[in-house]
Design a binder for this molecule. Structure first.
Ligand code: NDP
Length: 338
């Protein structure tokens, strides 16, 4: 049956991409095997870049925006999914080359779908969204590199000390909560003093000012961190690398502060520091399922609720402006039905 669908779409206007509200029908959707009734999407930093035009995210037009979606399967030509299944899609080039989640129904490929864990409602799965699932991929990457809350791989005793940069943002908030629940002593770096109480409520033990990490520093500094989750990049990441302790690891997630990396090789060759990249977009199905399984175990739902705001699709443009200005705290869920 054909339905009339509210969407946010990027189209070429006077030679430039421009995002606007559009009405589409089911017949306009791509011919993928699974039709999902979308309930929620989110606003990630990347969505902010796409909607404001501050970053070139879409690589073909017209494009339905929205990196994430969560909803219920309506129709399926795949044996893996049936009507009524609760599903989530994160990444897979949604909003880049594939139509995304800012619409009330979407057709997607079966291999993009992950089952929403029993522990989460659809809204909670989008409160996690790409940012939260990326934070969990980062924690898994640190664990893979040997990080444990009870000591470093080499047995040194201070393995609990971890740093999260861009802590009051989406990736940062979930990383702080998960690491605190796992037993780490989390230092949260933020540029917003008004978020200190919030970060403590998520489990941060210590808060440091963002500015403490933005000045150019020596290539090797005093060893502080057994591990770190960084969503800032640039000089901040260079300082984090220089302050990471012997055999520690840093999961590199983002570039909210810059895409360059003005660092030296010394921390790697003299301290054995590991720099691990996190790619949420093309993560394998098993990595995704593992991340969602661990989120169900290791993310405190009360803290998730405390960091989440639910907003209607009609407000998505102002929310996009706010996230690229670094003004969004925690996670924003978009109710695409409103
Ligand atoms: P948010 O905007 O929610 O969080 C980013 C945070 O970074 C802000 O809240 C702010 O934290 C801090 N920040 C912002 N601007 C600056 C600046 N100029 N200098 C230093 N810190 C700054 O975004 P998300 O959490 O959604 O995404 C974070 C980053 O991770 C983005 O770069 C995004 O593109 C990337 N990302 C990467 C993924 C991957 O697969 N690798 C997946 C998802 C996101 P505070 O106010 O606390 O200082």
């Amino acid at each position: 049956m054909t339905a009339s669908l509210n969407a946010v779409m990027l189209e070429e206007v006077d030679g430039k991409p421009k995002a606007a509200f559009k009405t589409l029908s089911t017949a306009d959707l791509p011919d993928h095997e699974v039709l999902v009734e979308v309930a929620y999407s989110t606003v990630n930093y990347k969505d902010g870049l796409a909607l404001t035009g501050k970053g070139k995210i879409a690589r073909k037009l017209p494009m339905v925006c929205g990196v994430d979606l969560a909803g219920t399967v309506l129709e399926s030509r795949s044996p893996d999914w049936k009507p009524g299944d609760r599903v989530v899609v994160n990444g897979w080039n949604l909003s880049e080359t594939e139509w995304g989640g800012y619409i009330q129904q979407q057709r997607v490929k079966p291999e993009w779908l992950v089952r929403v864990p029993e522990a989460f409602t659809l809204a909670e799965s989008m409160a996690i969204g790409t940012a939260g699932y990326t934070a969990m991929l980062a924690v898994l990457a640190l664990e893979h590199a040997g990080l444990k809350p009870d000591g470093r791989p080499d047995g040194r005793p201070d393995g609990r000390e971890v740093l999260v940069t861009g802590a009051a943002g989406g990736v940062g908030s979930i990383a702080v909560s998960v690491l605190a629940k796992l037993g780490y002593r989390v230092t949260a770096s933020t540029g917003r003093p008004e978020t200190h109480d919030y970060l403590k409520s998520l489990g941060a033990h210590t808060i440091i000012e963002r500015g403490a990490l933005t000045e150019k520093g020596l290539p090797l500094q005093r060893e502080h961190w057994a591990g770190a989750v960084d969503s800032v990049g640039g000089q901040t990441l260079a300082n984090v690398i220089a302050q990471t302790a012997r055999h520690g690891a840093i999961a590199v997630c983002g570039l909210a502060g810059g895409s360059d990396l003005p660092a030296s090789v010394f921390p790697f060759i003299l301290r054995g520091v590991a720099l691990v990249g996190v790619d949420s977009v093309q993560a394998t199905r098993s990595q995704r399922e593992e991340a969602w399984r661990r989120l169900a175990l290791d993310l405190d739902k009360t803290r998730l609720d405390a960091m989440t705001t639910i907003e209607p699709l009609s407000k998505v443009f102002e929310l996009a402006e706010a996230i690229v200005r670094g003004q969004v705290r925690g996670r924003t869920v978009i109710d695409v039905r409103k």
